[in-house]
Design a protein around this ligand. Structure first.
Ligand code: HPA
Ligand code: ZN
Length: 365
């Protein structure tokens, strides 16, 4: 008897579909056809490069630098990845970064993510990095940028992927420290498309960084910000009105504020949602409770992303697949999510059209 839910490739399936066994009736082989979420051409817009540090690479880099880790082995590290909230995750995540010391480490990290993302059908990715996490430990800004940009260049060429870098300020640190970081980034201005805001949200409203974002936009950076992950809808409003952001990272608490929803629908301001992250950090109790589908149905420009996949148990393909399964998303909703990511990206119109055409082609295949 075939396994319930087993995915089998079907030659007859259209629209980039695969056939899947009916979990309710495992005797019926390949009775359900669903969109092949792995093959679907994807754009990823919310991905912290430091959050792609798999325990295997963490141990390899620790050995490279003679660093002792607080885990006996790779399995023990994975077992430790159980979180109560955002802060309990950030504590482990920043500690894990201690193995990232030089350009080669950032290069290896970036190449590993590209390999993993390409396997999940990612064609374009916009990657966050947190310079302060590294420069505050003595890593030179130039080494960080050298490793990241050469990893992006080589990985993109090898795998046919494109990418952009987004520099995030740590919101638990001061606005002055963010301004110093912005100034340190200016020699690398051409390698960074936008600034962002991440780390502990509660008690650190976007308005704390108004002057930094004003300066960043004056220097030609685009802007995004994490808001409405744990923080209130008011932080989402502030990020748009005070920081001039082009999209909101997470933003899942927007549904608590109908006026804000109406505005986001009218202006089609994108939200980069990360379903598995929200479950792991207990923003939602289970994936079945996740507001993603309700956000889509409200007409919001929602996208699916992986956030910190090495810590949250899934890259973008798993985020799509698990969301489809838990929320019963239709094929059209899945295609909308993929198209939303292209439209929400910082690619120019011509490149966006090329990616949209690839999704249409996939849909028609
Ligand atoms: N929220 C805030 N800061 C972060 C996150 C997140 O989900 N991931 C990495 N830094
Ligand atoms: Zn994030």
């Amino acid at each position: 008897m075939p396994d319930p839910g087993m995915i089998v490739k079907s030659r007859t399936a259209g629209r980039g579909r695969i056939a899947r066994n009916d979990p309710d009736d495992p005797t019926v082989r390949a009775s359900i056809e669903m969109i092949d979420v792995l093959a679907l051409p994807k754009t990823e817009l919310h991905l912290h490069i430091e959050g792609t540090l798999e325990p295997e690479l963490m141990f390899a880099l620790a050995t490279r630098h003679g660093i002792a880790l607080p885990y006996a082995d790779v399995d023990a590290a994975r077992r430790a990845y159980v979180f109560d909230d955002l802060q309990s995750f950030l504590d482990l995540y920043y500690a894990g970064c201690s193995v990232l010391r030089d350009a080669e480490d950032f290069y290896d990290l970036t190449r590993a993510y590209f390999d993993r993302a390409a396997a999940d059908g990612v064609r374009h990715t916009e990657i966050f990095f947190d310079p302060q996490t590294h420069t505050d430990r003595g890593v030179p800004f130039a080494a960080l940028m050298d490793g990241l940009t050469s990893g992006l260049g080589d990985g993109g060429q090898a795998l046919g992927m494109t990418s952009r870098l987004i520099m995030c300020f740590l919101r638990h640190l001061s606005a002055d420290a963010a301004m110093v970081t912005l100034e340190a980034s200016l020699p690398f201005r051409d390698s960074i498309v936008a600034v962002g805001l991440d780390s502990s949200e509660a008690g650190h409203p976007p308005s704390k960084f108004t002057a930094v974002f004003d300066r960043a936009r004056a220097e030609g950076f685009l802007a995004v910000a994490h808001a409405g992950e744990e923080g209130p809808p008011e932080y989402i409003r502030e990020a748009v009105d005070r920081l001039g952001v082009a999209r909101i990272d997470h933003g899942v608490r927007i549904l608590e504020d109908p006026d804000l929803v109406e505005r986001f629908v009218a202006e089609q301001i994108p939200l980069t949602v990360c379903p598995l992250s929200n479950v792991k950090l207990r923003v939602v109790p289970t994936l079945a409770d996740h507001p993603l589908k309700r956000m889509l149905e409200a007409g919001l420009r929602v996208t699916i992303n992986s956030d910190d996949p090495a810590y949250f148990g899934g890259y973008i393909g798993e985020n799509y697949a698990a969301s489809v399964a838990a929320l019963g998303l239709s094929d059209d909703q899945v295609l909308t999510l993929a198209r939303n990511s292209v439209l929400a990206s910082f690619l120019d119109t011509r490149d966006q059209q090329r990616h949209l055409a690839a999704i249409d082609e996939f849909d028609a295949s």
